[in-house]
Design a protein around this ligand. Structure first.
Ligand code: PGA
Length: 250
């Protein structure tokens, strides 16, 4: 079964609204590839201007976070309905930076995943191990636990539409990419975990991205792996290099 590749930019806390529009316009001619779903996950305040700037383009709009309640007294948070109304399709949840700096846990990721699915979004669920965990030989145990908690209460049909991003924490923003073999090994393990939970049909449908210092130079080899269905791109998503990654197969 062939899964369509998905290349998503995670802009993190970069680009003011006017800079964001400028970046969309710069990248516009570079990111056209009918074989790939292209997504920009942008800061909340950039969502509305980016949506407008993307009019008529092939790029899908994403957010970097969401809250798991519908509305109410949660100062500073953004609800699923707000994102929906602004035209967002994809939402990243559980990024390691949110876990590290903003107390995101596997349990809140699970609540967010259920809420996003209830509201018809395409979630991008992040997981990944620290260097200490890798060196201790518990990478796959850790990732299996993250996935099992995140997907608790999610149906097989819903799970098919979820994107999972495997991002080893030691590779994020460090310039130190996992080798294609290391990335493939964990992405295959994630697919096996989904198969254990839901069966092979679901596991074959789920798209699994690699993230962590993916760039124009290393994307081809990573994206050639059988269980790597795309990339979640930080630093390189803010540069014309992103176009090279999107067109990795040309
Ligand atoms: P990076 O970030 O590509 O800058 O390593 C990836 C991510 O955090 O999603």
């Amino acid at each position: 079964m062939s899964r369509k590749k998905i290349i998503a930019g995670n802009w993190k806390m970069n680009k003011t609204p006017s800079e964001a529009v400028e970046l969309v316009n710069t990248l516009k001619p570079l990111v056209q590839n009918p074989d790939v779903d292209v997504v920009y996950c942008v800061p909340a305040i950039d969502i509305i201007p980016v949506k407008k700037a993307l009019e008529g383009s092939n790029v899908h709009l994403g957010a970097e976070n969401v809250y798991f309640e519908d509305k109410g007294a949660y100062t500073g948070e953004i609800s699923p309905a707000m994102l929906k109304d602004a035209g967002v399709e994809y939402v990243i949840i559980g990024h390691s930076e949110r876990r590290q700096y903003f107390a995101e846990t596997d349990q809140t990721v699970n609540k967010k995943l259920l809420k996003l699915l209830e509201n018809g979004f395409r979630p991008i669920v992040c997981c990944g191990e620290t260097l200490e965990q890798r060196e201790a030989g518990i990478t796959m145990d850790w990732i299996r636990m993250q996935i099992k908690i995140a997907f608790h209460g999610v149906s097989a049909e819903e799970a098919k539409g979820v994107v999972i991003a495997y991002e080893p924490i030691w590779a994020i923003g460090t310039g130190k990419t996992a080798t294609a073999a290391q990335a493939e090994e964990v992405c295959r393990g994630i697919r096996e975990t989904i198969a254990d939970l839901y069966g092979t049909d679901t596991a074959e449908a789920v798209r699994i991205q690699y993230g962590g210092s993916m760039n124009a130079g290393n994307c081809k080899e990573l994206l050639a792996q059988p269980d790597i269905d795309g990339g979640l791109i930080g630093g390189a998503a803010l540069k014309p290099d992103f176009g090279t990654i999107v067109n990795y197969n040309k």
